[in-house]
Write a protein that binds this ligand. Structure first.
Ligand code: EPZ
Length: 450
């Protein structure tokens, strides 16, 4: 959704608070131009988590009154989710400048308009709350980053176990249930999306639902704690087994989105990569245990505060990384870590266990001279190598950010294309990096050759 320039808030001083508007300063396709060589220094304050805020918005479908969310990140996916919910009859008052969103689902519809649904993965999170609240949902199959098959059969099998009927339609899914009942569900894989959908379906169901091998990500915990504050009864939050005791109804509340640990990890790795010294504020270090273990093992100085992190580095050592569901190393930090390891002394191995085609970023940094060999779901990264500038494709949210990071240590100029992907997950990516001293700019595509 393009925002008219005259409605954009003035640029804010980053150390004075969360960034308040997506950096859509330049309508139309844009690229990042990055020149390397400057260690990042200074303070950056983070937004609320993308992968929580979008689900908290979907949870508004579960209650009648007005749910008030704060610390809603000013990223491009949020207005898309707002449009999906408006299409389902939810009144949405989204204020990106204030990072707030008020949602009132007095009488939600069950059939969502196609267009917005296919633009983001999180749209599938409307399935569970809709079936739980109105007994029916019909959605187009979700969009999102092209990093794997990303099926939804675990979501559907769980809903079937709770008494729902799945009606297959080309390019769509329809789920019908006169009433949902409690069930014992064991997930083949601790899927984030399936856990969220089944929890949201179960909070208003008759009886108790047990989800075994559930996902435990901090964003799931944020959702469960918000639902509890709305009157739901959930045991085992943060653990592999969730027990949801259905209740009659939920009541609206005000809730602040949890900090974005993936955004935090991205800035921490950018600081370490450039040999910088950065203080990251409004972060929960305990959400980043495994990435911080790996950064320390790579020789990075990590100082943890109550809700801050100081990252300082001077030289990097090779480490091995294995992506796994939380509390393992997050797959959403894999491309960024790969760039860091390309500058580390020695050979590192990076193993991707969550998404089957998330090494597509390797081809991008190979254009810059990185030495990465792929062997199945393992990547061997030899370093340090001198990266040189190139034109990169911003393939998805994290690969786009990682491409810009590689530009921060490359000789010459690096151009990252398709930056709309980055806008989907990072609020004010360019102004924040600029405030840390980075030589990065957002340029209209038309002004760039190549
Ligand atoms: C969420 O995706 C996040 N997206 C992803 O972040 C994140 O990478 C992922 O969780 C894992 O942490 C959002 O929250 C919007 P999954 P989701 O269900 O829910 C397979 C980012 O960069 N699977 O845990 O789609 C699936 O194919 C994005 O911010 C099935 O096979 O993740 C994948 O291989 C990218 N069948 C694995 O499980 C199912 O029914 C993990 O998927 C469900 C999942």
């Amino acid at each position: 959704m393009a925002i008219p320039l005259d409605r954009l808030p003035p640029m804010v001083n980053l150390s004075s608070g969360p960034f308040s508007g997506p950096s859509l300063e330049l309508p139309g396709p844009a690229v990042f131009r990055v020149r390397g060589g400057t260690p990042l220094r200074g303070t950056v304050e983070l937004s609320g988590a993308k992968n929580s805020a979008l689900k908290l918005m979907a949870a508004s479908l579960l209650c009648e009154g007005t749910l008030e969310l704060s610390a809603v990140p000013a990223i491009a996916d949020v207005p898309v989710m707002a449009d999906i919910l408006r299409g389902l009859g939810v009144e949405v008052d989204l204020d990106m400048a204030a990072n707030t969103c008020r949602l009132t689902a007095a009488d939600p519809q069950w059939h969502a308009p196609q267009d917005a649904v296919t633009r983001i993965r999180a749209s599938v999170s409307c399935l569970g709350p809709l079936v739980g609240r109105v007994g029916r949902a019909r959605l187009a199959l979700p969009g999102g980053d092209k990093i794997g098959a990303r099926g939804i059969e675990l979501h559907l099998r769980g809903l079937e176990a709770m008494g729902a009927t799945i009606i297959d339609r080309p390019g769509e899914v329809e789920v019908v249930a006169s009433h949902l009942h409690g069930a014992m569900i064991t997930l083949d894989f601790p899927s984030v999306g399936a856990t969220e959908n089944l929890v949201m379906a179960a909070v208003l169901a008759d009886g108790t639902t047990v989800i075994d091998n559930a996902a435990r990500e901090p964003e799931i915990q944020d959702l469960c704690r918000m639902l509890e504050a709305m009157g739901a009864h959930i045991d085992g939050i943060g653990g592999p087994t969730l027990e949801i005791h259905g209740v009659e109804r939920l009541h609206p509340i005000s809730w602040a989105t949890c900090p974005d640990r993936i955004e935090a990890g991205t800035y921490a790795m950018a600081a370490a990569l450039t040999g910088g010294d950065v203080l990251i504020e409004r972060v929960r270090p305990s959400d980043l245990t495994m990435p911080l273990i790996k950064l320390r093992a790579a020789g990075v100085l990590v100082e943890e505060g109550g809700n801050s992190l100081r990252i300082k580095a001077d030289g990097l050592d090779a480490v091995n990384v294995v992506t796994l569901p939380y509390p393992g190393f997050p797959t959403d930090l894999q491309p960024q870590m790969m760039v860091l390891l390309s500058q580390a002394q020695g050979t590192s191995r990076c193993t991707e266990n969550v998404f089957e085609s998330r090494f597509s970023f390797v081809e991008q940094i190979a254009r810059m001279g990185a030495d990465v060999q792929i062997d199945g779901h393992h990547a061997l990264i030899r370093g340090p190598v001198k990266l040189h500038g190139a034109h990169l494709q911003g393939l998805d949210v994290r690969a786009g950010a990682a491409g810009a990071m590689a530009g921060l240590v490359a000789t010459g100029e690096t151009f990252v294309h398709d930056v709309h992907h980055v806008d989907r997950g990072y609020a004010g990516f360019v102004p924040r990096l600029q405030a840390l001293g980075a030589d990065i700019e957002r340029l209209p595509l038309a002004s760039v050759d190549g």
